[in-house]
Ligand binder design. Structure first.
Ligand SMILES: Nc1nc2c(ncn2[C@@H]2O[C@H](COP(=O)(O)OP(=O)(O)OP(=O)(O)O)[C@@H](O)[C@H]2O)c(=O)[nH]1
Length: 691
């Protein structure tokens, strides 16, 4: 039975590595009946970490979408990885999700990656609930985490449950709204919940928390404020209604606590998901562009989450399977039917949707109705020539949804097969991996003939190397990882190029004039057209745009991809009958290259954000070493006996840091590092390249 759209929740669980996302997801799936036996991260038996590589490392590498049912709602749940090298997995999930549960560890609190995911969720306006987990561990402090959330994330957490005790003395939670104590029976793996009055010694504490909650709610609504003054309290429905509005607006975050490992406090999060997080109807309609606008047709299109709108679906993840690739698709509008041919507007090709599945981690349940309605997420088998971020739509109603923006790769290394006969096999395997993982790129260096793979960090490349062996049975040799540079332009420059040829009495002609200039945007290259309407037919204008973009992507003067650059199409010389796609492409490519030669080129290098957490006695060692690496340390914070240093540092100076930091701290410091930005590389590096 299709689910009514207002009862649908597309939710992600996000957090810093090891905060307990996978464990919490496992508990959720168990309580929501999607699995019958509870697994454990530490034995490698959880439902979502089904990849052998994940089980081995105990970390979630590939996020899996799982469907489950809690009370009246159907929840599509995506477990996302916490390791910074897999930020793209989080990024692509956030783009298609309507709400998120952010898990924090009650001991470690707000960590570097919690900040990153919080900012990502802000960027995509994703409403959030929070769960302060691991209340059973030594050093757990509910209030400290709340304070850090306010200070470091600028969050407005609103506790709905508070802990009874902490560390070994953590016994259960108090439901503040209903003024009840909840105890979760571990023999039934938390399924049996005993509800009692609040213990005597917690009554006053709970009342203080509760009145803070009521104040926050009453302040937001005049009628509620009046009711509060008249009656001294607010009814449950009013609290939930106002809190839901504020959560959807991203102004407050309902916050829960417990320990998912020991089965405490998870069901209230599920009630919170149903109650406070948005259905697809509560988020703004999706927008896209019309890839082939006819005369007087708008270029921007808006599609509401309704079944009677034309189909707009986004492929947000592709998983390789033994038999066929499985595309994870979010249906924004219209109905996706199996057995239909759909348009991929990026390639202009038609793709066949042969089957649709709801995913229960590694198990799949075929969708009996053979259709999926607006707002839902499902797995589709059939599309072949697609990449993550592609749109699927009806041929007569084309729409191109904004593709998912992924960070630039920062590190690369050469790889070659151990036996030269495996060269073709390597090429196929790399292209398959790149289809699944948009932050992984593989290309052949034309000068040296070497295959170069690039990714987000040393661990990312190491895992990809292991996958080549495990999934594709390919043994490869790898060279030392190197920094991936980028180019940009420092000044504005314009150029015009003409392509003219006459063969066998036939003339071909096209000219293109472009301007290149520095431009800060999330997209590496921004192409805009200032062509007056009807300069040339719409489809040829798309050809010019594409050629300009491709030329910039294929590399600047030094051969590195261009970023932070805007290219404006200023003019096109068009002669009906003589101007062909090929001539336009050639003129556009030459015009871009000429303009780049005129503009001053800047070499950009990846700058990383680094956080090192170390027992305080090693701070001196670590700081001294960071200074030698020319790191800019911008924050140093004491957390109990630990010190957290935050710094910006050039990736070129950080190779092999993991073993170095261990030797500086007798193995006791940990660090996380993620790409922050691209900055101008020192002149010496540029000079070396220019020879
Ligand atoms: N004491 C305690 N340990 C927990 C709790 N929740 C999770 N853990 C443990 O913390 C570790 C990390 O848990 P995961 O669930 O894998 O965390 P994650 O956030 O999914 O981590 P990644 O998948 O690597 O990003 C495991 O050893 C869990 O058993 C908890 O509530 N209390």
């Amino acid at each position: 039975m299709p689910v009514p759209i207002e009862k649908l929740r597309n939710i992600g669980i996000v957090a810093h590595i090891d905060a307990g996302k996978t464990t919490t997801t496992e508990r959720i799936l168990f309580y929501a009946g999607a699995i019958h036996k509870m697994g454990n991260v530490d034995d490698g038996t959880t439902e979502t970490d089904f990849d052998p590589e994940e089980a081995k490392r105990g970390i979630t590498i590939y996020s899996a979408a799982v469907t489950c049912k809690w009370k009246e709602c159907t929840i599509n749940l995506i477990d996302t990885p916490g390791h910074v090298d897999f930020t793209a997995e989080v990024e692509r999930s956030l783009r298609v999700l309507d709400g998120a549960v952010v898990v924090f560890s009650a001991v470690e609190g707000v960590e570097a990656q919690s900040e990153t995911v919080w900012r990502q969720a802000d960027r995509y306006h994703v409403p959030r609930l929070c769960f302060i987990n691991k209340m059973d561990r030594i050093g757990a402090s509910f209030e400290r985490v709340l304070e850090q959330m306010r200070k470091r994330l600028n969050a407005k957490p609103v506790p709905l449950t508070i802990p009874i005790g902490a560390e070994h003395g953590f016994k259960g939670i108090i439901d503040l709204v209903r003024r009840k104590a909840l105890y979760f029976d571990s023999a039934s793996q938390g399924r049996t919940i005993t509800e009692t009055e609040i213990p005597e010694d917690y009554v006053e504490i709970a009342e203080t928390w509760r009145s803070q909650l009521i104040d926050i709610i009453a302040e937001r609504d005049d009628a509620a404020m009046e009711q509060f003054f008249a009656e001294g309290d607010l009814p449950e429905e009013t609290i939930f209604r106002i809190l839901r509005q504020a959560t959807l607006a991203g102004e407050l975050q309902p916050t829960f606590t417990g320990t998912s490992l020991h089965y405490v406090g998870v069901q209230p999060i599920l009630d919170g998901v149903n109650r406070f997080l948005p259905s697809p109807l509560d988020v703004p309609p999706v927008t896209g562009i019309n890839p082939r606008p006819k005369k007087n047709e708008p270029t921007e299109l808006v599609r509401k989450p309704k079944n009677d709108e034309p189909l707009a679906a986004l492929i947000f993840k592709i998983v390789a399977d033994k038999h066929a690739d499985l595309c994870f698709v979010r249906v924004y509008s219209g109905v996706l039917k199996s057995g239909t041919r759909l348009l991929n507007p990026r390639t202009g090709k038609k793709e066949f949707c042969s089957q649709m599945w709801h995913i229960q981690a590694d198990a799949r349940e075929k969708i009996e109705t053979d259709f999926v309605e607006a707002g839902d997420i499902c797995g589709v088998i059939g599309p072949k020539d697609v990449v993550t971020g592609d749109t699927l739509c009806e041929q007569q109603h084309p729409i191109l949804l904004e593709s998912i923006a992924f960070p630039e790769t920062v590190i690369s290394m050469a790889v070659e097969p151990e036996t030269s006969g495996d060269r073709k096999k390597l090429e196929d395997a790399l292209s398959r991996l790149a289809r699944q993982d948009p932050t992984f790129k593989a290309k052949i260096n034309e000068e040296t003939g070497q295959t170069i793979i690039s990714g987000m960090g040393e661990l990312h490349l190491e895992i990809l190397k292991e996958r080549l062996q495990r999934d594709f049975n390919l043994n490869v040799r790898v060279h030392k990882p190197r920094v991936s540079y980028r180019e940009t332009v420092k000044n504005k420059a314009e150029a015009e190029e003409t392509f003219q040829r006459s063969t066998g009495g036939e003339n071909t002609f096209a000219s293109v004039r472009v301007r290149v200039e520095p431009f800060d945007s999330e997209q590496p290259i921004t192409v805009i057209s200032l062509l007056p309407p009807e300069t040339l037919p719409g489809e040829l204008e798309m050809v010019v745009r594409e050629a300009v973009k491709e030329s910039a992507q294929s590399g600047g003067i030094l051969g590195y991809p261009l970023i932070k650059t805007k290219i404006t199409i200023l003019g096109v010389g068009y002669r009906p009958g003589e101007t062909t796609e090929e001539s336009l492409r050639a003129a556009a490519t030459h015009a871009v290259q000429s303009a780049l030669t005129k503009a001053d080129i800047g070499l950009l290098e990846p700058i990383m954000k680094l956080e090192v957490v170390t027992p305080s006695e090693f701070v001196g060692n670590i700081q001294g070493d960071l200074n030698q690496r020319h790191a800019k340390i911008f924050a140093s914070e004491h957390r109990e006996h630990l010190t957290a240093l935050q710094a910006e540092v050039s990736l070129a100076r950080m190779f092999g840091y993991s073993s170095h930091v261990r030797s500086l701290s007798q193995g006791r410091a940990s660090f996380s590092m993620e790409p922050l930005k691209y900055d101008l590389a020192p002149q010496s590096v540029l000079n070396e390249m220019l020879g």
